[in-house]
Design a protein around this ligand. Structure first.
Ligand code: CTP
Length: 404
C-alpha cells in the first residue's frame, strides 16, 4: 500500500466539497494511512463529525478548547504526530486565514503551530469560480506557495451553485494520487522524461491491421513513477486502454511511423527517454485504401512486409544521446535466455541501460520481474506489481544519471 505508516491530519473547512472528504478519508485509509480528522465549525454545517469519526475510526477534533487531551493542547499534540496536514476542502476564507497566520480555531491554530520544516501542509482549494479567479484568492495562493504550502490544483466543470468553471475540489481519487506522489522522493526533479508505451498498429487496410499483445501497463506505470519523482513527463502511447497518469502529457499514436515522428519532436529537449513500447518490427509494405474483399475464389491476399525504423536505436545514436544530454533506456521483451539477449540488445542499440523482461510472462499482467543490464553487469528487480517496479526503476535510472 502506498501510504503505509503515514499519519495524516485531514482538515475540513466550510464548503460543499466536504461531501468528497468522506470518500477521500476512506481512500487514504485503504492505502494504509491513519487519518485524524479535524473540522472547522463551518465544515460541520456540511458534513457531520459522526460521519467522519465512523470513517476514520477516531474521534474528530473541532475545538481548541477540547478537554480530552491531557495537556489541553490538541493543536500541539495533533500536529506533532502528523506526517502531513491535508486540508480538503480548503475554502477561500481558510486560505486567507492561513496566509495571515490567524489562529482563532483549532485547525488554523494547528497549522500555525506545526513544525514547519517537519510537517508539510497540503491544501486542496474548493470554491466558486468567481471566488477562485478573484485577485485576492490568486494573490493568497501565490503567497501560500511562497510560504512553503503545497497547493494542489482545482477541478474544472459544473459547480454546486449552477455555474461552470475552475475552482471545484479535485475528486477523491485525484487527491489520493497527488498525496501519494507528494510522499515520493523527487529523484528526477528538473528532468524532462519521454516514455513510449503499448503496441503499435500497422494497417493492412482501413479496417484491419497487425499488432501485438502489449497492454501498455509497464510504460504507463513508469510515466506515473517519473511524474511522482518530480519530472515533467510526456507519454507517447500506441493504441491501449489505460488511463493517463495524473500530471502526465499524453500523445496518442497508432503506427510505428506515427510513434517515431511524435517522438523525434519531443526527444529534442528531453533528458531521459524510456522506450517500453512493443513497436512492431514490420509493417505491411502497402496499406490498401479500401477494405480487401473476398472474391469467392478462395485465394488469400499475399502480404508483403517492410521493416519499421528502430526508434530507440535512432534516438540513442542522436547527437544529444551520444553527448550524454539524453539518457536512453531500452526494454527487451524476450521469451528465453534473458541475460544473453538483453546484453546483446544493449550493445546493439547503444543504450547505457537495457531492461529485460519475459514477454509472455508480463504482457497484460499487473506484475512483472525486471533484469537491468548496464556496462557494470546485471541487477535483478524481483517480481512485484508494475508501479512498485517502475518506482524502483526510476531510482535505478536516477542513480545512473549521476554516474553517467
Ligand atoms: N524498439 C524501437 N523501435 C523498433 C523496435 C523496438 O524503438 N522498431 C525498442 C523497444 O521500444 C524496446 C527495444 O527497442 O525498448 C527492444 O525491443 P524488442 O522488440 O525487444 O527488440 P527488437 O529490436 O525488436 O529485437 P528482436 O525482435 O530481435 O528481439
Amino acid at each position: 500500500m502506498d501510504l503505509t505508516g503515514k499519519h495524516i491530519v485531514l482538515g475540513l473547512t466550510g464548503g460543499i466539497a466536504c461531501y468528497k472528504a468522506a470518500e477521500l478519508c476512506r481512500a487514504l485509509i485503504k492505502q494504509g494511512a491513519t487519518v485524524q480528522v479535524v473540522m472547522t465549525e463551518a465544515a460541520a454545517q456540511f458534513i457531520t463529525p459522526v460521519t467522519m469519526q465512523a470513517l476514520s475510526n477516531r474521534p474528530v477534533f473541532d475545538s481548541q478548547w477540547d478537554a480530552r487531551e491531557r495537556n489541553n493542547m490538541p493543536h500541539i499534540n495533533l500536529s506533532r504526530e502528523a506526517d502531513a496536514i491535508l486540508i480538503a476542502p480548503c475554502s477561500a476564507d481558510f486560505m486567507a486565514k492561513l496566509l495571515h497566520g490567524r489562529a482563532d480555531d483549532l485547525l488554523s491554530l494547528m497549522c500555525l503551530a506545526r513544525p514547519i520544516d517537519i510537517v508539510p501542509l497540503i491544501v486542496a482549494p474548493a470554491m466558486n469560480r468567481e471566488m477562485w479567479s478573484h485577485p485576492a484568492t490568486q494573490r493568497n495562493l501565490k503567497q501560500l506557495r511562497e510560504d512553503g504550502t503545497h497547493v494542489l490544483g482545482v477541478g474544472n466543470g459544473d459547480q454546486a451553485c449552477g455555474e461552470t468553471g475552475d475552482g471545484r475540489m479535485l475528486e477523491p481519487e485525484e487527491l489520493l494520487q497527488d498525496v501519494i506522489a507528494f510522499f515520493q522522493p523527487k529523484l528526477l526533479a528538473g528532468h524532462k522524461v519521454v516514455v513510449t508505451a503499448g503496441p503499435t498498429f500497422e494497417a493492412i487496410d482501413p479496417v484491419r491491421g497487425i499488432t501485438n499483445l502489449s497492454s501498455g501497463k509497464m510504460g504507463f506505470a513508469i510515466a506515473r513513477a517519473a511524474q511522482e519523482a518530480g519530472a515533467e513527463v510526456t507519454l507517447v502511447a500506441g493504441p491501449v486502454a489505460q488511463a493517463t497518469p495524473r500530471g502526465v502529457a499524453r500523445v496518442d499514436v497508432r503506427s510505428a511511423l506515427n510513434m517515431r515522428s511524435a517522438l523525434m519532436e519531443i526527444a529534442n529537449d528531453a533528458t531521459i527517454f524510456i522506450a517500453t513500447a512493443a513497436v512492431a518490427d514490420w509493417r505491411p509494405a502497402t496499406a490498401a485504401d479500401q477494405k480487401l474483399k473476398k472474391d469467392g475464389s478462395g485465394t488469400t491476399p499475399q502480404l508483403e512486409f517492410v521493416e519499421n525504423p528502430d526508434i530507440l536505436a535512432e534516438v540513442a545514436s542522436s547527437a544529444r544521446a551520444v553527448d550524454g544530454a539524453l539518457f536512453c533506456v531500452g526494454f527487451a521483451a524476450e521469451s528465453h535466455d534473458l541475460l544473453a539477449h538483453a546484453s546483446a540488445k544493449r550493445l546493439r542499440k547503444k543504450v547505457p541501460l537495457l531492461v529485460g523482461n519475459i514477454g509472455p510472462a508480463t504482457f497484460g499482467q499487473d506484475d512483472n520481474a525486471l533484469l537491468l543490464v548496464d556496462a557494470e553487469g546485471a541487477t535483478e528487480l524481483p517480481r512485484n506489481n508494475k508501479l512498485q517496479l517502475a518506482r524502483q526503476l526510476v531510482a535505478e535510472i536516477a542513480k545512473r544519471l549521476h554516474s553517467h
